[in-house]
Design a protein. Structure first.
Length: 55
């Protein structure tokens, strides 16, 4: 009985850290996508400015 209880506690701890790690990875990926979008927008903004100065 003790081993079953110990196994349940261990499974709970493993599940907790697994889902916590997954949430952190999702947040990092979201930030990475936002940074990529910001870089694209900045590049497009520079292209528009260049077109205005040339045209």
């Amino acid at each position: 009985m003790f081993l079953v209880l110990l196994a349940l506690i261990l499974a709970g701890v493993v599940a907790f850290f697994f889902f916590r790690n997954r949430r952190i990875e999702q947040e990092i990926e979201r930030q990475r996508r936002e940074e990529e979008i910001e870089r694209i927008l900045e590049r497009k903004k520079q292209e528009i400015e260049q077109n205005r100065t040339l045209g």
